[in-house]
Design a protein. Structure first.
Length: 84
């Protein structure tokens, strides 16, 4: 059966999660705090996007360098040394 207060809290948390999924993080916070959270979220998203662009450029440069690099000749078999 369960504790009614716990059941009610669980339902509230489920509803809150659904709203946050639909409307974004900090939906239940007071307006000032929500604005701070949204600003931090946007700042993080911009930094992450910038990082992704940088990583992609590095990956492309590495790929081009690998293509243009001359292939190494296969290693020569070691010559047998005469036994003295």
């Amino acid at each position: 059966m369960g504790n009614p207060a716990t059941v009610k809290r669980k339902a509230t948390e489920k509803r809150r999660k659904k709203y946050e999924q639909r409307l974004g993080p900090g939906v239940y916070l007071p307006k000032e705090e929500r604005l701070k959270v949204n600003a931090a979220e946007e700042k993080f998203a911009a930094a992450e996007k910038e990082r992704q662009v940088k990583v992609k450029a590095e990956r492309e440069a590495k790929r081009k360098a690998k293509k243009s690099a001359p292939k190494a000749a296969p290693a020569a078999a070691p010559a047998e040394q005469p036994k003295a």
